[in-house]
Write a protein that binds this ligand. Structure first.
Ligand SMILES: [Zn+2]
Length: 300
């Protein structure tokens, strides 16, 4: 790797609601801006919002030597193409080429979760580990694998959210039983609200209720967390990561998430090497910092 992390780079992390943009030096965010994705106006408009963000960042920060762009969905990073996003609705968008046309800079392109995994591995909780698994648990659940120091960059890899945990609930993918149907932030809230006839709006409120002695909340939380732990033991048995890094909104629960996962994993492992479990360090910025890393790598 020839990248110099002292160079200034522009990183764009495209989400369903907003585009987070930053001027970066390594993991340091020197300036940050946001643009709305406005997906309700259609995928073509959202593509233009990304190009607008890239163009304006480049105009504002002409010293940047490269730009990185990361998006959700199915991504062909080598070809620079966003193949498909159910969330934003686009298909086969050649972002690598388009962003290069509006900025004239080398463009690194990739997947948002895998970018976050690379960022956590280089600058966050995964520093010093060769094999890591990064799992953001938010409105969805996906995994980014770093194996022997290299990102496993398979467009269809890491879909831990669609492993069958026998939840009994319908998943957005159209199948009953997936991890996402029970363990994402919105799923945890939905299940608790259905069972209790209340109207909580965030999974952190379910955790709080559980801590205040609400037995139903405790039961819903534990079932969700143990479903996550079940899928992690599958990963551990197959790939034996040295560290598992939990991120996303649900990971703000901290020890209330880590402790029951650790207890479950301890029950399920005997001779296997037990990975370290940690909460992500870079928070909401992991994807943007990772996009900067992709940008610098594209420059070579
Ligand atoms: Zn599914």
């Amino acid at each position: 790797m020839t990248m110099n992390d002292q160079d200034l780079v522009i990183g764009l992390d495209v989400g369903g609601t907003e585009i987070k943009a930053g001027l970066l030096r390594g993991a340091e965010i020197l300036s940050a801006r946001r643009w709305p994705t406005e997906r309700e106006k259609g995928p073509e408009h959202s593509v233009n919002q990304v190009l607008l963000a890239a163009k304006e960042m480049h105009r504002e920060f002409p010293d940047a030597v490269a730009v990185g762009v990361v998006v959700p969905g199915v991504v062909d990073s080598k070809a620079g193409i966003a193949e498909y996003s159910e969330n934003i609705g686009w298909r086969d968008i050649p972002f690598g080429k388009l962003v290069n046309e509006v900025t004239g800079l080398p463009v690194g392109f990739g997947h948002d979760v895998r970018a976050g995994g690379v960022a956590e591995s280089l600058y966050g909780a995964g520093q010093g580990f060769r094999d890591s698994l990064f799992i953001p648990i938010g409105t969805g659940i996906a995994g980014a694998l770093v194996i022997d120091g290299e990102l496993y960059d398979n467009p269809y890899g890491g879909e831990i959210g669609h492993l069958d945990v026998n939840s009994g609930y319908m998943c957005a993918c159209g199948i009953v039983g997936c991890l996402e149907s029970i363990s994402t932030g919105p799923s945890i809230v939905r299940i608790y609200n259905e069972k209790s006839s209340t109207k909580l709006s965030d999974s952190s409120e379910v955790v709080k209720a559980a801590k205040n002695g609400d037995l139903l909340a405790a039961e819903v939380w534990l079932a969700s967390v143990e479903a996550i732990a079940f899928t992690l033991t599958a990963y551990i048995n197959i790939l034996a990561p040295e560290i598992i890094i939990l991120g996303g909104g649900v990971s703000k629960a901290g020890d209330d998430l880590l402790k029951p996962i650790e207890a479950y994993i301890d029950r399920r492992l005997t001779f296997q090497k037990r990975p370290k479990l940690a909460i992500a360090h870079l928070g909401d910025h992991a994807g943007m910092i990772g996009s900067g890393i992709f940008g610098l790598r594209a420059r070579g």
